[in-house]
Each structure stands twice: as structure tokens, then as C-alpha cells.
Design a protein around this ligand. Sequence first.
Ligand SMILES: [Zn+2]
Length: 499
Amino acid sequence: MSLKEQYPVKLYNTLTKKKEEFKSIHKDKVGMYVCGPTVYSDVHLGNVRTFLCFDIVYRYLTYLGYQVRYVRNITDVGHLENDADEGEDKISKKARLEELEPMEIVQRYTKGFHEVLSQFNFWPPSIEPSATGHIVEQIELVQDLLDKGLAYETNGSVYFDVTKYDKQYNYGKLSGRNIEELMESGRDLDSQDEKRNKVDFALWKKASTSHIMRWSSPWGPGFPGWHLECTVMSTKYLGETFDIHGGGMDLVFPHHECEIAQSCGSRGKDPVNYWMHSNMLTVNGQKMSKSLGNSFLPGQLFSGDHDLLDRGYGPMVVRFFMLQSHYSSTLDFSNEALGAAERGYKRLMEGIKVSRDLVYEPAEKSEGFEVRVKNMIDQLFSNLSDDFNTAKGLAALFEITTLMNNFKVGNEKPGVLSQETFNALIRHYHGFVYDVLGLKEEDESSNQLVDGVIDILIKLRQDAKAGKNYALSDKIRDDLKEIGVILKDGKGGTEYSLN
Ligand SMILES: [Zn+2]
């Protein structure tokens, strides 16, 4: 029996609001689409958590033997401020403020996004398409919806007719919202007079002459609506119906609801079998948000350069910390929790080290011990197969870590197990830590070296100052600054941070 048959995956489907057994459309293959970032600012930790959730899905399904095609897009046009149909394009706005080309903004933040994700050891997606690379397909979809009578043009913009669609299909089936409520609560915006109903959403927006990002279309120059790109790119690379679509919980409405409407309206069938959504981050029990001043960037978390942080934590510690809760529950950041995660991470990596040095020497067998160890391996799979429960998966890894320590001190002997079970234990212990959970050894040796060298320079600078050699002390400070090391003089002495 293959691993995927032995440990069938169950996952919580936002569409049916139930935990369901996962069945892929094509045998042994999985198509997964995840909404990527809008690249107009630094990636924040909420994004990291969302992408971590789907990194685990990608890794675990691969571990079970599926061939996964993972598509994660880059939104480089069409995402307007406040996620609305009115207002400035987020990327255009940033470009205007910084006096850069929109594509310079896109390039800069896409690069930053990739750097952060690789620090967290994420597997890159199989395909990473961008919205601007798929304008032709988006125009085709708008035309198709117009032809089917589910969209209408007003003044060079095209809107999706939600009320008309709802008579044939069910608008709101993912988010549980109903159209009457939405009619009452929807925001009144400038484009309201262009829309037949306020629940309608933009498929194509007319661009003013001052708008830098625009393309010609049958309806005049403009740019695509935000929801369009994901429908078009998921269809192009995964087919009209595919297995898993994911994103953060905040995307359920309107973004994913509108994606369903566009697909059903155009092709008469649901685009996705399983919708998965990851939950939010909180800090000391409060929602993480820029306006509350409690949101930090990954870089600040690594360096500790934030008022709410006592010190910095390595990317693997943060990854471990996030894996300690299930993706569907909120995750609360605090110094205590991060400190505890660091201890847990170190203990786990210590266990891995011990496991490498173990020697198998045949000894008298024990049936009870054999069964106990087989159960430990079994637990790893059944926990991850239960809606990708990394929290329980880690608990199972710690049981094995305890066993490793017992081997080390001689309380148990590897040879009491059959060779086959011992090999499977080590293989899956390593497999779950490295391949499934994506943890690796934090590169501490180089960090410690940098620490040591900078401390020496700080002392030399103090000596120079004490000897009134200000030219030298300033030179040390300025040269360090040149390479991104910022010295800060305080009451307790001089500290440094990496820029
Ligand atoms: Zn999307």
C-alpha cells in the first residue's frame, strides 16, 4: 500500500464547512493555487504564515508521493486601495510616491518577497505567474462574461452583474454572505453610479490618461479588476476545475467569492474542489496591525529591532514557532512564546544530531517495543494527514526525540528493534523534520563569528575614544555603517544592529 493510501489526507474545506477526505482529480497528481502577494511593500508576517501553511501542504503531499503542481501568483496590477473597486492602484501609488516606474516597484518587492521566503526555507512554487503577463487571457474572460449576459459595460468599465448571476447560481456560497445583506451593507463609492447594483464588482476598469498601468481593450484603455487574474491563471495552469485553492482568511470575501462567480458564470462549474484558508496573527493577544503599532516585519523579528521584542530570533525558530499551532487557529506572538519555541527547536535539532551517531547492533528483540516505535511513526503521518496538523506532528516528533535521548544514554537499545523498523524510524524522523516541516539547522556559527568580530571593533572604538583619538573612533563607526552595521551608544554601552 502506498503512503497516500495508508494515510489518506483529511482537510477542512471552507466551501462545505466540513473536514473531508481529500481525493485528487487526477490519480497521484495535485493542482494547488495560492493567492500570492501584491508586490508594493515589504512582505509582512501575516503573509509569511499563509505561505507557510501552503508550504506544508505542498511538502506533505509530496512526501506522501503526490506530484504537486503549485501555482502562486504575483499581483502586479489591479489591486486597488482598500481592496475596493475605486481608488488608486496600490503599485501605481507607491511608484508615484517614490518617483519610480511601477515595474521598478514590482521588481524590488518581488525580490524582497523571494528573499524572505527563502530565509524561512520555503519551497518555491512550480509556477509563479504574474497578472501583467496575462492581460490577453483576462480580456478574453471579460468578453466571455459579457457574451453570456453576466457582465455589462458602463463608460469604458465592465462590471460583473452579481444579482443576475445569483438567480442562476449561488453568490455567497463560500463566505456564507447573502446578497440581500450585502445590498444593505455595501459601501457607497464613486463608481456606484456606474454599477447597476452596489454588490457588482469590477472586471475591467477604465484608466484615466494619468494612469500609468493601462492596456488597450475592446472597451478602451484600462486595467483588469483584482479578482480576474486568479481565475485566469489558475485555469490556464491547472485546468477549469482543480484540487486545492488557498489563501489567508481575509481573502474569502470578496476575492475568492468573486473568483467562484467568474468561473461558474463563464463555464457553469465550480473551479475548486477544496478551499483552504489560514488564520490571522496576533501580538500579545491583540490583532497584528500597522495602525496599532504592533506589527513587525520578518527582518525586525530576526534582529530584535522593535519595541515589543526583547531580542531577535532566527528564521528557523520563527518557523518552528508558527508550526506549533494549527493553521486554522490564531497565532499569538509574545517574547515568552518565542523563547519557548527556541528551546523546543534546539531540543529537536539536538535529537537529530543524536540520531546521526546511533549505531545499530542486533540485540534480543522485544515485540512490545517494536509495536511502540511503529506507533510513533504512525503518529507522524496520522497527525499530518489530519488537516495538516503540524502542532500534533511536532508533539509526535518530540516523543521520538525522547526515545533518541534514551538510546544515547543507553536506557534503550536500537538493536532491540528490527533493522527495518529502526531504519524507518530514522528515515521518517529526518523526513518529517527536514522535508515535511522544512526545518534545518540555523547557521549559528557564522552569526556567532560576526557577533565576536563586531564586539572587538566596538572595544577598539571605546579605546580610541578614551585616548581622545576621535578620528579613529568615528572611522570605525562610519566604516561599519558603510557595510550595514549600525552602532548605537546607550547608557549600558554600545549595541549594534544590522541594517
Ligand atoms: Zn487571488
